[in-house]
Design a protein around this ligand. Structure first.
Ligand SMILES: *[C@@H]1O[C@H](CO)[C@@H](O)[C@H](O)[C@H]1NC(C)=O
Ligand SMILES: *[C@@H]1O[C@H](CO)[C@@H](O)[C@H](O)[C@H]1NC(C)=O
Ligand SMILES: *[C@@H]1O[C@H](CO)[C@@H](O)[C@H](O)[C@H]1NC(C)=O
Ligand SMILES: *[C@@H]1O[C@H](CO)[C@@H](O)[C@H](O)[C@H]1NC(C)=O
Length: 446
């Protein structure tokens, strides 16, 4: 019995010790390994000139990974240093440089002399201060790196690459306004073009980028379907009317837009980046203009020959639609190109092909002016046209119904007469013809 009680007590003690091993109220990612620091008899530690009292220290035999799982490591003492002084969370040992997400050897004497050791830290009151990473902050370099094989970094000199490093260790990525915790990012010295070495934040690809494969699959399926549809429209003679031809143009520009999107996604267009950006822009905008042409022709064909549009359009309507759709797309592309050249304010330029993207820059609201804005206008126009067409169809249907009713009444009268006469006529058969002529619907529209 005594043995049993003894072992239970031992287990309880062990459990107790285990749970005591964590510093209460202190996140693992706010701690540093202080086993090499000087220990005083009262239990406090002196780490990098910072006195860590005994109650903010504990023994740990694990390392917390980015996904909150534990990795077993040799027992060591950790201190909750970040509650006493702002910390900076490094990816690798503090003097190493990073290249392509890999830490490698310490900086050379020459590199140490020219590297920029300062970071801008935003305090809780909003003011920004310049801090020396080693002298003013506590370097955390033994935490597990964010859990992805390949990390991205931010160069704050590029548009959309700005970031804010807070005193409490959070990092605000301005591009998508995401606040990253110390689990999700780390900073390290990095060589930039122009021979400067700076401390730059690194983080995992955005979660949406994991789905690049799926996006590709979806786009490729769409492109195949577009090609099939175009072939059908080209092959079937009956479909090669005005609407069919407009539809083919729409599909063709959509196909090109998808193609450039795909090339950009897989970085195949990087050797003609700006050109590819403008061609992709032109294709997408042209597709939207063709969509507006389609909604216009649909509306026009239901308005019959009385449609005001017909009076303004020359005989060859397809030609004028072509001039309109491609011309407007070309005009917008030209405007965007000129704006890219002449606008001084970096934040108001369309920035086609900047950074790593061979597309118009979509990181801030400027894209509304050049890309999404025109698209929204066209979408609004299309919706209006479709609503007008729907009203028109309802009206035509009602008219047709009234007409048929009238016809029926006449028919009945007629047939009554004819019954009296003893003869029967098939008036009903011509009904359809009359009502179709009356409303001037081209059956080929459908
Ligand atoms: C522990 O000892 C150090 C050095 O003697 C001293 O600076 C510190 O104030 C002491 N801490 C406490 C909580 O007594
Ligand atoms: C980074 O590594 C690549 C190859 O791994 C190398 O070509 C490149 O020069 C390195 N960059 C720096 C700045 O050391
Ligand atoms: C820090 O702030 C200064 C002054 O505002 C600025 O010139 C510098 O580029 C900033 N550095 C970083 C890394 O953001
Ligand atoms: C860190 O500070 C910033 C700004 O003061 C705040 O927005 C953010 O929520 C804080 N993060 C944490 C984890 O406390």
């Amino acid at each position: 019995m005594r043995i049993v009680i003894g072992s239970i007590t031992a287990v309880l003690l062990l459990l107790l010790q285990n749970s005591n091993a964590e510093i209460p109220g202190c996140d693992f990612f706010d701690t540093v390994d202080i086993s090499k620091a000087q220990r005083f008899s009262n239990g406090s530690y002196l780490y990098e000139g910072l006195l860590i009292p005994a109650h903010l220290t504990a023994k740990y035999d694990y390392k917390l990974l980015a996904d909150d799982s534990k990795e077993k490591v040799a027992s060591h003492v950790r201190g909750c240093a970040c509650h006493l002084r702002p910390c900076i969370r490094f990816c690798c040992p503090q003097y190493q440089k990073m290249n392509m997400s890999v830490c490698y050897g310490d900086m050379s004497e020459d590199e140490l002399n020219k590297h920029d050791p300062f970071v801008n830290v935003t305090l809780s009151d909003g003011s920004v201060v310049r801090r020396h990473f080693k002298e003013d902050l506590i370097v955390q370099s033994d935490l597990a790196k964010p859990g992805c094989p390949r990390m991205y970094f931010m160069n704050h000199e590029l548009p959309g690459n700005k970031f804010t490093l807070f005193e409490n260790g959070s990092l605000l990525r301005h591009w998508d306004n995401a606040e990253l915790s110390k689990r999700e990012y780390c900073v390290q010295h990095l060589s930039f073009i122009g021979d400067s070495i700076r401390i730059a934040p690194h983080f995992c690809p955005l979660s949406s980028e994991h789905s690049r494969t799926w996006k590709t699959v979806a786009i490729v399926i769409s492109m195949i379907c577009i090609v099939l549809t175009i072939s059908v429209y080209l092959y079937v003679k009956k479909l090669r009317n005005l609407h069919g031809k407009c539809f083919i143009c729409y599909l063709a520009s959509l196909f090109l837009g998808y193609l450039f999107l795909l090339l950009n996604m897989w970085k195949y267009s990087s050797h003609f980046c700006v050109t590819a950006g403008f061609m992709g822009y032109f294709s997408v905008i042209a597709a939207f203009f063709w969509l507006s042409v389609i909604s216009l022709t649909l509306w026009n064909s239901f308005s019959g020959n009385s449609g005001w549009l017909n009076r303004f359009l020359p005989q060859d309507r397809f030609l004028s639609y072509n001039l309109y759709a491609w011309g407007m797309a070309l005009l917008l592309t030209a405007i965007t190109y000129i704006a890219d050249q002449v606008v001084d304010d970096e934040n108001l330029r369309p920035r086609v092909g900047v950074g790593k993207s061979c597309w118009i820059y979509t990181g801030d609201m400027t894209v509304m002016i050049y890309f999404y804005g025109p698209m929204l206008l066209l979408i609004a126009f299309n919706i209006t046209m479709f609503v007008l067409t729907a009203f028109r169809i309802m009206k035509v249907k009602k008219e047709a119904q009234n007409f048929t009713q009238q016809q029926n009444t006449t028919n009945r009268l007629n047939s009554d007469k004819q019954t009296i006469k003893g003869g029967r006529n098939e008036v009903g058969a011509s009904d359809e013809h009359i009502s179709l002529q009356n409303t001037k619907i081209e059956p080929s529209v459908f």
